[in-house]
Write a protein that binds this ligand. Structure first.
Ligand code: PLP
Length: 391
């Protein structure tokens, strides 16, 4: 179907943070498949583990025990600090699972029409329920009627949540991306997250942290809520969890533990031996190669490099983000920077019309990070030097 506005480039192979197109041109990859290729391209340990698993068995079924799924679940429980894991295949599926957990939690407590607080500018996926939770009319338009049961508030506004709490007895959960990715790298303040958690505790709501894009080590800790210093009840994951092998997970603990019983949820592919090998190998390699600390260090270097290289340039609104999840906001739509960057051998993305987004692999070195800055700064300068187009 005609669902993507694609760039006219096809990548034929990759190595680390580098990609080569079909003509042999080399690119520095600062996008990692939109926060997916945690270990970069062609990581020898992942290639070996996946190859060996493919030769043994790719898929069995959740009708049977899957030991590598148990091993993956133990690792996910250990890094999240939570108790239960449901494996699926994508971010929207992880979020669907979270939304079902919230509704079931409500019904178990006698709330017949449970409502979930969601944020403006959030992105949670493109299934009917997750696009209804998403705070973007562009994503929703044409797919009405939307799924009911969401109450939307602005990010970083605790008073708005208190108002909802005072007037809506049906609320059972808050669902938040602690750093909004598609919405433009909008960072929830840590005091805000802590305040939100307090409100959840007071009303016995679930705190559900969509870490599909921002989680898995990218910000220097395994998860953004760990920067705020508390445990949520539900954490949907995907993207970087399998370093490129499609896999998602909905992780529960706290008040959400034990909400699902046999028969409440399921997936044919979810948690199969191939995907689970990717999860185990990704997490073990991240630990062994100390990639969390590295993500923070390299991310800081890129952010500081961009801030210094673009200092005083009118048209640059802000450089923001944490670790290797960075946004450079300009004062005008800048989608054309994507093609200009490809010409210059740099892979990046523009989101929310005017935010250049960087989500490199966690194996990016400091010198490769500096090279991102060296390639991007002149592109932005050139772009801003031309007259702004009339809206
Ligand atoms: N949640 C967040 C925060 C995302 O960034 C995305 C995808 O960009 C999704 C959910 C949906 O993930 P998927 O595209 O794997 O369905």
């Amino acid at each position: 179907m005609n669902t993507y506005a694609r760039q006219p480039v096809a990548f034929a192979r990759g190595q680390g943070v580098w990609l080569w197109d079909e003509a042999g041109k080399k690119y520095l990859d600062a996008l990692a498949g939109i926060a997916v290729n945690t270990l970069g391209h062609n990581h020898p340990r992942l290639v070996r583990a996946l190859s060996e698993q493919i030769a043994r068995v790719i898929h069995t079924s959740n009708l049977f025990r899957i030991p590598v799924q148990e091993a993956a679940a133990d690792r996910v429980a250990a890094i999240t600090g939570l108790d239960e894991v449901f494996f699926c295949n994508s971010g929207l599926e992880a979020n669907e699972c979270a939304l079902k957990v919230a509704r079931k939690y409500g019904h178990d407590r006698g709330v017949a029409e449970p409502a979930i607080i969601v944020m403006e500018k959030a992105f949670h996926g493109r299934s009917l329920a997750t696009l209804s939770a998403t705070g973007s009319r562009k994503v929703q338009a044409g797919f009405e009627p939307l799924v009911q049961g969401f109450v939307r508030v602005p990010l970083n506004d605790l008073e708005a949540v208190r108002q909802v709490a005072a007037h809506n007895r049906n609320v059972v959960a808050v669902f938040i991306e602690p750093i909004q990715g598609e919405g433009g790298i909008n960072v929830a303040r840590l005091e805000y997250l802590r305040g939100l958690k307090e409100i959840c505790d007071r009303h016995e709501w679930l705190f559900m942290s969509d870490e599909v894009q921002c989680g898995l080590g990218r910000t220097g800790k395994w998860f953004v809520y760990q920067h705020a210093g508390f445990l949520p009840d539900v954490v949907p994951l995907a993207k970087g969890l399998g370093s490129g092998v499609p896999v998602g997970a909905c992780v529960t603990g706290g008040r959400a533990k034990g909400v699902f019983k046999p028969g409440n949820h399921g997936s044919t592919f979810g948690g199969n031996p191939l995907a689970m090998t990717a999860v185990v190998t990704t997490i073990d390699t991240m630990r062994d190669e100390n990639l969390l600390a590295s993500a923070l260090k390299v991310g800081d270097a890129i952010r500081e490099g961009l801030a210094a290289g673009l200092a005083g340039l009118s048209g640059v609104t802000e450089v923001r983000g944490r670790g290797l999840m960075l946004g450079l906001e300009l004062n005008r739509p800048c989608g054309e920077i994507v093609a200009r960057a490809l010409d210059a051998g740099l892979v990046l993305n523009v989101t929310a019309d005017n935010v250049v987004r960087l989500l490199p692999a966690l194996i990016m070195s400091e010198s490769e990070g500096r090279e991102v800055v060296e390639r991007l700064v002149p592109l932005v300068r050139e772009f801003l030097a031309q007259p702004a187009k009339a809206a």
